[in-house]
Design a protein around this ligand. Structure first.
Ligand SMILES: *Cc1c(COP(=O)(O)O)cnc(C)c1O
Length: 226
């Protein structure tokens, strides 16, 4: 997108429209800036966007250093290796890709006591895709209990990357199953308030189905060239 400010306005307007129809607050926008330079983030921040998502710890750290003069909120959304947990715990506000107990333990141990608790989402592999990150739906409760027990972590909800079915009815079904998991989690843990689902292709559909946060990259920053 040549004009990130217009792209941002367009996405925010779409989220407002869904919210008005559904009579709910608008979903929060996470701008996914992986592979994009720090200057692109700065341009979007100047237009009012505050929360940014990155997939790789090293790439994010370089951009954070270049943008240290801005008060931004950083979310890690990519698969996190346990041996990178220390760096992630020290440099992000949120980690959305928590999908196993060893990672919960490592993040809890390495979150510096001087920082506020790390905001954590449990990533669910809701479409049971082989080889994909995310825990099985049946594992959510155990992970949530471990996160709640850690004083340096705060459980905020669920994240999922749904399968990009060409058939929109099937996508909607994935979002509905996530919403049901989210409501079940919230019944046990009332502090849970975040359901992160939907990307550039389907964020409006996700918001219709109850996403409280959508993660949008290419619709804001333009296509990623590998
Ligand atoms: C890249 C990415 C996104 C954004 O994808 P777009 O299709 O560019 O909007 C969202 N979530 C995760 C986990 C990603 O890796």
């Amino acid at each position: 997108m040549d004009d990130p400010r217009r792209a941002l306005e367009h996405v925010l307007q779409a989220l407002d429209n869904v919210a008005a129809r559904a009579e709910r607050p608008a979903a929060r926008l996470l701008a996914v800036s992986k592979t994009k330079p720090a200057e692109a983030i700065r341009a979007l921040a100047a237009a009012g966007q505050r929360a940014f998502g990155e997939n790789y710890v090293r790439e994010a750290l370089a951009k954070q250093a270049a943008l240290a003069d801005l008060a931004l909120e950083w979310h890690l959304i990519g698969h996190l290796q346990t041996n990178k947990a220390r760096e992630a715990a020290g440099h992000f506000d949120w980690v959305q890709s928590v999908d196993r107990l060893r990672l919960v333990d490592a993040l809890a141990r390495h979150r510096p006591a001087a920082l506020p608790p790390l905001q954590v989402l449990v990533q669910v592999n809701v479409d049971d895709e082989a080889g994909k990150s995310g825990c099985a739906p049946a594992e959510v409760d155990g992970l949530a209990a471990a996160i709640v027990a850690a004083p340096t972590l705060r459980l905020r909800g669920l994240m999922a990357i749904t399968e990009p079915f060409p058939d929109l009815a099937r996508r909607r079904d994935s979002f509905r199953r996530l919403r049901a998991l989210f409501e079940a989690l919230r019944a046990t843990h009332p502090q849970v308030d975040t359901l992160s689902m939907g990307m550039s292709e389907d964020f409006e559909l996700a918001a219709e189905e109850g996403a409280t946060m959508v993660r949008v990259g290419s619709a804001l920053f333009g296509a990623r060239t590998p």
